[in-house]
Structure formats: C-alpha cells, structure tokens
Design a protein around this ligand. Structure first.
Ligand code: PMV
Length: 362
C-alpha cells in the first residue's frame, strides 16, 4: 500500500532561502458520486468526474525559515486578499495532520494566499479546487527543496493522495478532462488512495464537454458534506447504493468510451438525483435542492424531449444545477439558458464552464 510518510524530508535550515510557488487548480463535477466514506477519507464506492476549467482556485505559497517556535505550523493565511483566521485554523489542522508526509512543514514559516475565480458565497463547492491547489503547492515545495517528484506521474499521484486527505473529491481535480477515484477492476491502476487520469479512455466528445453552473442559491449549505458523508453510515439504503454505484460505473465507463450520450445522460442525471435521495432518506433527513432546482430539472427534460438536444443535468451537494452538453449544442444551450433558466437563477447568476486541461503551475 502506498504510504507517503517520509521522515527523511528534513531541511538544513541554516542556508534556506525564501521561495514561492503558485498553482491554479480547477473544480470538478462528479458523474458517479462519492457519497459515504470510511477510515481516513477512503471512499465507499468508486467515482468518476469531469475536470472543470473556469471554476478554479489559485494558491500562492511562500516559504522561509520558521519564525514562531511555539507553534507546530507557522502559517499566515490570506483569502481573497485578506487575512482569514477561520480558514487559517483549518489549514493549520490539515498541515499538522500531514506533517509525517511533509515533516519539513514544521521547520518553515508559510504564507499562503488563495483566491477563487468564482465568488466564495456562490454556492459552488470550493474544497476540491482549494485543496487541489494547496496540495500541488506542497508537492512543488517538496520538489524544490529536496529535488524529489521530478516525474509528472509521480508528482500528480502524490498531489492527488494529499488532496484526498483534505477533501475526498479534490483528488480528482489533479487531472485534465476526466479522473477516476476508488479501486475499480475495470479502471486499471485505480485506487482508493488517489485518483488516476482517465482522459485517454473517454471519447473525444467529452474533452470539450460543457458544464454551465446555474446558481439557484448562493446561501451556505444547511448540512455540510462532512456531516452528509457521516449520515450515510446509518442510512438503510447505503449498501444497495454502494452496489448501485459500481454497476453504474461499469455502464458509464462504457458509455463514455463509446461516446453514447443518451446512456451517459441517463446515468448522470439519475446519479445526481440518487445523491439527493440519499440526503432525503438520511436520519435526520434533509433537502438541499430548492423549488427552482426542481423547476430547472423539469424544464431541462422538457427541452430535451422537444428538441432532441442531448442536454443533461447534474447536481453537487447543493441546489445549483450543472448543465452538461456537448460542444455541438452550445448555441442551442445558450439560447435555452437565456430564455428559460436564467429567470430561475439567483440574481440571474450563472457560470459558463467546460471540461478543461486540469491544474496549471503559474
Ligand atoms: O469532497 P467532499 O468530502 O466535499 O464530498 C463531496 C461529494 C460530492 O461532491 C457530493 C460528490 C463528489 O463525488 O464530488
């Protein structure tokens, strides 16, 4: 089993110079959802996602010798240009938790500056992009200081592993276009510990696939993903759900390989609704969709039936609708969004996005 603990990664700080690294990491949309976990952020079922492009986090990390010796992790954290104590506390906890992977973190003073391309309050989950960007910076830091991780595959696998520890879904954001996370016999090299790149196994149509995010509500979620995963432990549908996810992975991987959009869309939509059904059947039960989410779903299905355009939806753990469609439908989708969906968006807010190239070192 891969174990990244490495007590040898200790610095000689006497001659340490300051340095900076910066990464942009996009968010991703799961098609087969990861919902339910065990152990240390291990998934109960395999998942597959498309990596987005315009919804991203940029993180800059500067290091210097440690200044405060009375703390384990000496960090200043800035979010959207301002010092943010709440996020700082979370990141300190995360960095402390992975200090057996990167022991040198306890020898440094770190300044981390992070910002999102989308408004923090837009209701878009930023944990995938932010944990992805942070983990990529940490791997670059190790690479710069110790000359390790020179091979791209090795570098990304470690970044994916580390980001998984921060937020499960983040581990899939490390790769361009599409990624699979969770051991699954039909995906060679797949693992519960990190995601693997999957772009080479999917039809070209998905490389330019669109995922427009229609903001139904910008409010903070009533129940966090962390609490949602925990509620799966007592959910009566948990075991059949995990079996269903495996069956669906099989069918979806085939559909994505052949470019069968109808099959792709049928599975993807049902997955999104299954995720929300699991929330509704948790104890206590909760509902994250809003009336306008349902109205959009009805309008999308009606539009598809009337026009035969392969335009489908997905949802994350929130009320916002992700509109998924191939590039060949871009004009029809734009007209549809403007005439039928924007009036259901909060402040007519939407984020046009698409499948992208994955993280970028800046
Ligand atoms: O990564 P987490 O722990 O925030 O969980 C997110 C889970 C979903 O976004 C709902 C589904 C997924 O696979 O991304």
């Amino acid at each position: 089993m891969t174990d990244y603990k490495n007590s040898k990664l200790i610095l000689d700080t006497a001659n340490l110079k300051e340095g900076t690294m910066k990464w942009r990491c996009p968010s991703n949309i799961a098609l087969i959802k990861y919902w339910g976990k065990h152990g240390i952020q291990l998934p109960r079922n395999p998942s597959i996602s498309l990596t987005l492009d315009q919804a991203y986090t940029e993180t800059e990390m500067t290091y210097a010798p440690k200044r405060k010796n009375d703390v384990e992790i000496d960090l200043d954290f800035f979010f959207e240009g301002e010092k943010n104590e709440k996020f700082e506390e979370k990141i300190v906890k995360f960095l402390t938790g992975i200090s057996d992977i990167f022991p040198f973190l306890k020898q440094l003073h770190l300044t981390i500056k992070s910002h999102n391309s989308f408004p923090h309050s837009s209701g878009i989950a930023s944990s995938a992009s932010s944990m992805g960007a942070l983990s990529l910076c940490l791997c670059s830091l190790e690479s710069d200081l110790f000359g390790t991780l020179k091979n791209d595959a090795e570098f990304r696998q470690k970044a994916s592993y580390v980001s998984r520890l921060g937020s499960g879904s983040a581990c899939r954001s490390i790769y361009a276009h599409a990624a699979v996370w969770g051991a699954f016999g039909e995906a060679d090299g797949s693992s519960d510990l990190y995601a693997i790149p999957y772009a080479n196994h999917v039809h070209e149509v998905f490389k330019s696939f669109h995922d427009d995010i229609l903001i139904v509500s910008q409010g903070e979620k009533a129940v966090s993903s962390r609490a949602g995963h925990a509620l799966m432990e007592e959910n009566d549908y948990a075991d059949p759900r995990y079996k269903q996810a495996r069956r669906r992975m099989h069918h979806l991987l085939l559909a994505m390989e052949s470019g069968d959009l109808e099959r792709f869309g049928t599975i993807t939509e049902n997955e999104a609704l299954t995720l929300h059904a699991l929330m509704m059947t948790s104890n206590p039960s909760y509902i994250l969709m809003k009336p306008n989410s349902l109205e959009m779903i009805n309008r999308i299905r009606r539009f598809r039936k009337e026009t035969q355009h392969p335009i489908y939806f997905s949802l994350d753990a929130g009320p916002n609708i992700h509109l998924l469609y191939p590039d060949s439908c871009r004009d029809a989708a734009k007209t549809f969004i403007q005439s039928e969906l924007l009036d259901l968006c909060e402040n007519r807010h939407w984020i046009p996005d698409q499948c992208g190239q994955g993280p970028l070192q800046l």
